[in-house]
Ligand binder design. Structure first.
Ligand SMILES: Nc1nc2c(ncn2[C@@H]2O[C@H](COP(=O)(O)OP(=O)(O)O)[C@@H](O)[C@H]2O)c(=O)[nH]1
Ligand SMILES: [Mg+2]
Length: 193
């Protein structure tokens, strides 16, 4: 899959604003600052269509990117930013749940985890949630350029054990800086559509 034509098709604060044309969707989720905007920009070959934010936790909408008129990349709001009041977290949960619930078009979720750290409690909760909804998860382990290549397998193993991944579960080390993992990820996404 090569991506040339991308448009921000919808910015949704509520379900009635989601696209309704039944094209397949792949959604991206992870804690704030994990590198989600950078990953989406890397996949779509743009510098900054998906905002790379210095201000974590600002995105409070679900953004739908029309990819080649064939599918949508869905940018879900990030979680786990510091200093978020409880009401904000609750609103976040409701927003995500409304999207996940019964979204037939959703073919897979790309869940981003920083390769340097063990998954947080919120990451594990997210995994449990997605398993509950029976949604296929692709784990992308971000910022791999920040650790030595020789350390990658060790970090993958720690994360694999923490999420209790079975053998078929995909955990893909990735870097938006070096584009390592990009072609593999596009291949995996293509395979699910
Ligand atoms: N070294 C490195 N930095 C990254 C990578 N991906 C994102 N970043 C940096 O991490 C910060 C957060 O990235 P962003 O894409 O805005 O994260 P988001 O909050 O998950 O959307 C920014 O300063 C990015 O430049 C990566 O693969 N390698
Ligand atoms: Mg972002």
């Amino acid at each position: 899959m090569k991506i040339h034509n991308v448009n921000l098709a919808a910015v949704a604060a509520a379900p009635h604003q989601y696209p309704e044309d039944m094209r397949p969707e792949v959604a991206f989720v992870g804690r704030s600052n994990v590198g989600k905007s950078s990953l989406i920009n890397c996949l779509i070959n743009r510098k900054s269509l998906a905002r790379v934010s210095q201000n974590p936790g600002k995105t409070r909408t679900i953004n739908f990117y029309d990819i080649e008129g064939a599918l949508y990349f869905v940018d879900l709001p990030g979680y786990g930013y510091a200093k978020a009041p409880k009401t904000e977290i609750q609103r976040w949960g409701e927003m995500i749940e409304k999207y996940l619930y019964g979204r037939e078009q959703l073919k897979a979720i790309v869940l981003l985890i920083d390769i340097r750290h063990a998954p947080s409690q919120l990451d594990l909760q997210m995994v449990e949630w997605l398993r509950h909804y029976n949604i296929r998860i692709i784990f992308v382990l971000t910022k791999m350029d920040k650790i030595k290549r020789s350390q990658v397998p060790k970090h993958v193993k720690i994360i694999r054990e923490a999420i209790e991944a079975d053998a078929e579960m995909i955990l893909l080390p990735f870097s938006s800086e070096t584009k390592q993992g990009k072609d593999e990820l596009l291949g995996i996404i293509g395979g699910f559509l």
